[in-house]
Design a protein around this ligand. Sequence first.
Ligand SMILES: CC(C)(COP(=O)([O-])OP(=O)([O-])OC[C@H]1O[C@@H](n2cnc3c(N)ncnc32)[C@H](O)[C@@H]1OP(=O)([O-])[O-])[C@@H](O)C(=O)NCCC(=O)NCCSC(=O)C[C@@](C)(O)CC(=O)[O-]
Length: 306
Amino acid sequence: MDDSMLPKYVKIVEVGPRDGLQNEKQPIETTDKIALVNALADAGLQVIESGSFVNPKWVPQMAGSEAVFAGIQRKAGVSYAALTPNMKGFERALEAGATEVAIFAAASEAFSQKNINCSIAESIERFAPIMEAARASNVPVRGYVSCIAGCPYEGAIAPAKVADVSQQLFDAGCYEISLGDTIGTGTPAQIEQVIDAVTRSLPVNKLALHAHDTYGQALANIYRALQLGVSVFDSSVAGLGGCPYAKGASGNVATEDLIYLLDGLGIEHGVDLQAVVDAGQRMCDLLGRSNNSKVARALLAKCRVD
Ligand SMILES: CC(C)(COP(=O)([O-])OP(=O)([O-])OC[C@H]1O[C@@H](n2cnc3c(N)ncnc32)[C@H](O)[C@@H]1OP(=O)([O-])[O-])[C@@H](O)C(=O)NCCC(=O)NCCSC(=O)C[C@@](C)(O)CC(=O)[O-]
């Protein structure tokens, strides 16, 4: 493959305040969540998934998302996104001032049941009124497809199934489809198969890759996706996170590591690496956990030596 074909600009969708924090068992002060979102916006990130409006009994850490949205210092040009599983969630997100929402389906029946308590077909039906209300309110909707390269309950997932669900979300009106390697088992060859299958009917510029780094494949998968023309990537500051309904799943690719890769390839992204490193380390210190970004760890160690 020829690297001269790589995109000149990549949009980074920062999912740390939602995907990164949703699995944390310990309480996190709302002010700390707000400070994280503000710091990420100051660093230049233009899409920040800042919370989710799901059933608080299912994901208690996200219960305070209203307060987070209320406290954010809104920056012009930044989209503050929220995850919404149903109409109730959409109404809460709208009321809280989310500037875009994301609906989330899966390419695995078992994961769909565990994550949102319904089949894939039922989820698509459940999303229809959200799409209608979002259109009426001029709110852009993003669509996630989970388990694109494997499911914690079903194992292998056929790329054709991913393509089918992606198509349904796109036809429903999602402006972008984020392909989620929820448990991070995908390898570049598999990711290529999935992208090939999905782009048989969807344009590549409508796709994003949401890579978890559980098996250390995230950057390799992103590089392959870049070569195939994908130019939107989800990432989580300090590699925070995991999915509550995918046991053992670790966080997304770290935003810092993604930025370092893009810088090395000369691809523009508009984000200040050091500012993201600082924001991520602050949250890691608060949580008392180690930083999952290798780039952050290296830069912070260098800083201590210098
Ligand atoms: C979809 C539901 C709500 C169905 O959950 P359910 O229990 O079937 O819902 P229900 O409609 O039967 O309602 C039960 C109760 O929940 C309430 N309720 C219902 N909806 C809401 C809401 N929006 N906000 C607040 N409350 C809500 C509702 O009002 C009712 O309250 P009660 O009458 O018992 O007092 C539930 O399964 C759920 O919240 N699931 C979300 C799970 C989740 O957040 N998972 C993690 C995010 S997905 C992810 O991380 C993957 C991704 C996106 O990152 C991509 C990847 O990596 O693959």
